[in-house]
Design a protein around this ligand. Structure first.
Ligand SMILES: Cc1cc2nc3c(=O)[nH]c(=O)nc-3n(C[C@H](O)[C@H](O)[C@H](O)COP(=O)(O)OP(=O)(O)OC[C@H]3O[C@@H](n4cnc5c(N)ncnc54)[C@H](O)[C@@H]3O)c2cc1C
Length: 510
């Protein structure tokens, strides 16, 4: 790997060569621009060297070759809305941003089999509007983050959406990848020119490479096919409340069994703790607490319930009614306020937010929980909202999950923060949780406090044998000191594909 000084020594030459390759207008290094890109939702100290924005795969390949020639690392982003995990800030050492947002084409849509082939810059909103224009019977599971996030960036981070096929990285195929030498490879069946199955299989024939490029720095992905979920014939929304951790544990076990029976689908429901729920409803009760933090209801003798919401998707009204009955039977003994609502087509037209596919940015409000004077907007990064994310995976065992949620909340309170904890099920075996520490970056000391809290949570999780399923630039270090056979194999692949360490140094693979 290159030494640090060499990584910036070639910058002048690289800038000139990038300008020749893709046009001067798309190679920028104005201080103001770099400063904005360097600021995310927590404190960082690694501003990008420049922002390079190619228009197509050939441009990406040319930029990567220039980077290798001059020894200047590149950090690819698709839309750069990775809020809570690092935004657009490179994960390790100096790097120029390879901003792929100009590549925003929806290249193919299979209206029979339900696939979309797209470029990195395509956003959730763009897909929703495209499918709506097509009167498509398919949908793409949306996320709780910005509707202007990249579908591809989300998939490559192994992010999860809400609803069927929500565990996105398991439902994509046919990747086109530019490796560090500028070579363009295609995975699965897409390696065969004209393969009619290119978008349909993750494996193709022979060893499957797709997984190498998710949560990785082994290549820049420039094209991907995404599988769409088919809208159900019958859809029922449900929600309920678990009064205590003990009730939550039992309720989760009931949800797992419903999942095993296929009454519920992967990513078919979410569970939120009280503080995540409160942050969606409003702001921190500064007046009620007299300005003190944290806000802890149980310390005031009040209950701290958690909340569950989800959808039953069925192929007919009769199956929908049977699923509802099964859910009611299993869940009602453990929860209160269990409510069902059938969502029909007319209701979805009247209120598009009822549509499971609607990329609803309302959840971004939670990022403004501790902000006193700023109106909630679409860009918490710009508004100096503090967001630090931690993403633990838990076995789908009610007692384990409820105890972990409680412990994470305790660690949060000890750091004067209310941990916002949510989770959804990837299968009847595994849940993915997302812990958000929301604070006000304009308050002195809060950046440090939130990161100390994150670190304490991460340490506790590792001690418990519960490593995270997704990392931010602030948590990559959890992998850094490991040197087992797994890590050595990965490093071997990296040194074969990218001997100079040009692509996203420090991102998942050393
Ligand atoms: C309130 C809130 C709610 C959220 N809810 C969710 C949620 O429900 N589900 C969820 O998953 N996330 C959620 N997030 C986190 C985050 O906003 C999303 O994951 C978002 O999709 C990431 O941004 P992006 O799609 O623009 O990806 P990018 O920022 O473009 O990409 C993410 C990372 O992937 C890598 N990468 C991107 N593109 C490429 C490429 N083409 N080739 C190689 N590497 C690449 C880069 O390292 C990049 O930093 C939430 C965040 C907040 C603040």
């Amino acid at each position: 790997m290159l030494e640090q000084p060499l990584r910036t020594a070639g910058l002048g030459g690289a800038m000139a060569a990038w300008r020749t390759a893709i046009g001067a207008a798309h190679v920028r290094d104005e201080a103001e621009l770099l400063e904005t890109a360097a600021a995310t939702t927590f404190a960082t100290d690694n501003p990008p060297l420049a922002i390079i924005s190619p228009a197509d795969t050939a441009g990406v390949s040319a930029c990567v070759k220039v980077a290798a020639r001059f020894g200047v690392p590149l950090y690819p982003i698709s839309r750069g809305k990775n809020w809570g995990l690092g935004g657009r800030v490179p994960s390790g050492g100096p790097a120029a941003l390879l901003d792929l947002s100009r590549m925003d084409g929806i290249l193919d849509y299979d209206a029979t089999l339900g696939t979309l082939t797209l470029e990195p810059g395509v956003t959730f909103r763009q897909v929703y509007e495209f499918l709506t224009r097509q009167s498509s019977p398919f949908w793409l599971a949306p996320i709780g983050g910005s509707d202007y996030s990249s579908v591809m960036g989300n998939a490559l981070e192994r992010g999860e959406g809400i609803g069927p096929l929500g565990e996105r990285s398991n439902h994509v195929a046919g990747l086109e990848v530019v490796t560090a030498d500028g070579e363009i490879i295609r995975t699965g069946f897409s390696r065969f020119d004209g393969a009619r199955t290119a978008a349909l299989s993750r494996n193709g024939v022979g060893p499957s490479l797709d997984g190498l490029f998710a949560q990785s720095n082994l290549g820049v992905v420039t094209r991907m096919s995404v599988w769409l979920g088919k809208q159900p014939v019958h859809q029922t929304r449900f929600r309920c409340r678990f009064a205590s951790p003990a009730a939550l544990a039992k309720g989760l076990d009931a949800l797992r069994e419903l999942h095993h029976q296929r009454v519920l689908t992967d990513c078919g429901f979410t569970v939120w703790n009280l503080y995540k729920y409160l942050a969606l409803q409003g702001r921190y009760p500064w007046a009620r607490t007299g300005g003190a933090t944290p806000f802890r209801l149980v310390a005031r003798g009040e209950p701290e319930p958690s909340f569950c919401g989800g959808h039953l998707h069925a192929g007919s009204e009769a199956i929908g009614a049977a699923s509802r009955e099964a859910l009611e039977l299993a869940l009602a003994p453990h929860c209160d306020d269990l409510k069902f609502e059938v969502i029909d087509a007319a209701m979805r037209v009247a209120d598009p937010s009822l549509d499971c596919a609607f990329p609803n940015p309302v959840n971004l409000r939670t990022a403004y929980w501790r902000m006193r004077d700023v109106a909630a907007g679409p860009d918490p990064e710009r508004d100096r909202c503090g967001i630090v994310w931690l993403c633990p995976a838990f076995p789908f065992d009610g007692a384990v999950v409820a105890a972990a949620m409680q412990k994470l909340a305790e660690i949060g309170f000890a750091h004067k923060l209310e941990a916002h904890v949510g989770l959804s099920a990837m299968s009847p075996r595994l849940t993915h949780a997302y812990v958000s520490l929301m604070y006000d970056r304009t308050v002195a000391g809060e950046d440090e406090r939130a990161m100390a809290c994150h670190d304490a949570m991460l340490e506790w999780l590792m001690e418990q044998g519960l490593p995270p399923y997704r990392l931010g630039i602030h948590s990559m270090r959890v992998l850094g000191t490991r040197d087992g056979p797994f890590e050595r194999l990965l490093r071997g692949l990296r040194s074969h594909l990218d001997p100079q360490g040009i692509l996203a140094p420090g991102r998942y693979v050393d």
